[in-house]
Design a binder for this molecule. Structure first.
Ligand SMILES: NC(=O)c1ccc[n+]([C@@H]2O[C@H](COP(=O)([O-])OP(=O)(O)OC[C@H]3O[C@@H](n4cnc5c(N)ncnc54)[C@H](OP(=O)(O)O)[C@@H]3O)[C@@H](O)[C@H]2O)c1
Length: 205
């Protein structure tokens, strides 16, 4: 699959490198030249071109920039899988959503015709490259309304070493997003660092 990563920060770089193992990856940036220099010559282009050329798009920008980034895709997200990794925080890392709404659902309203899937927001960027900590696979909670799109994201997550758990329809992002905040609170608030993660335990049938 060809995957476009929009945003060339922590998540963009780490998740992009994880996907590069099994897929063709193109990065979309507001400033492709400087991002290319930062990413050691990786395939970086404009947000519009990256979205146009890919089968799957990962929106890896701050919450405050999602609307603008979708606008820059110029409708090339239509009919494609759009993976939303964001945790809706303000610049002081304060939560700006309730339990009656989610960033994922808001993104789906802006990205008309895209198959939005929530994933990867509960894993620190540093741990995305292997998807594991020690011998444990990190759990990534997945939500989306299109079953086929969700299935493809589940396969992508497995291929990079994570343990995907299907939580249900996109609306369930309302529960997944605060779980990301819990992890941020532990990592930064309680100063446990980013070398932590969630692993859902279940008894074998
Ligand atoms: N860091 C984590 O551990 C982590 C884990 C899970 C989820 N997330 C979520 O993933 C998303 C990206 O996080 P990140 O840590 O990768 O952030 P980051 O390091 O700040 O990078 C974000 C990237 O988004 C692009 N961007 C587009 N519009 C922007 C704007 N107005 N202001 C700043 N950057 C803008 C930039 O790439 P260009 O300059 O190339 O356009 C920037 O490098 C966020 O929504 C975050 O909540 C983060």
């Amino acid at each position: 699959m060809k995957i476009a990563i929009i945003g060339t920060g922590n998540v963009g770089k780490n998740l992009g490198e994880a996907f590069e193992k099994n897929n063709e990856v193109v990065y979309g940036s507001r400033d492709p030249e400087s991002a290319k220099a930062r990413l050691n010559g990786k395939n970086v282009t404009t947000i519009e071109e990256a979205a146009k050329s890919a089968d799957v798009i990962v929106l890896a920008v701050p919450y405050r920039a999602v609307k603008e980034s979708i606008h820059e895709m110029k409708n090339n997200e239509k009919d494609k899988i759009l993976i939303d990794v964001c945790n809706p925080l303000d610049e002081d890392l304060k939560w700006i959503k309730g339990f009656h709404e989610s960033a994922a659902e808001e993104i789906a309203k802006h990205a008309k015709g895209a198959k939005v899937v929530k994933a990867f927001n509960t894993i620190f960027a540093e741990n995305m490259k292997t998807g594991q900590l020690g011998n444990s696979k990190l759990t990534t909670f997945i939500a989306g309304d299109d079953e086929d799109a969700k299935g493809k994201v589940i396969e992508l997550a497995k291929a990079i070493g994570m343990e995907p758990v299907d939580v249900g329809a996109l609306e369930k992002a309302r529960y997944i997003e605060p779980t990301g905040l819990l992890l941020i609170e532990l990592g930064y608030g309680k100063k446990l660092g980013t070398n932590i993660g969630l692993n859902m335990v279940k008894e074998n049938a």
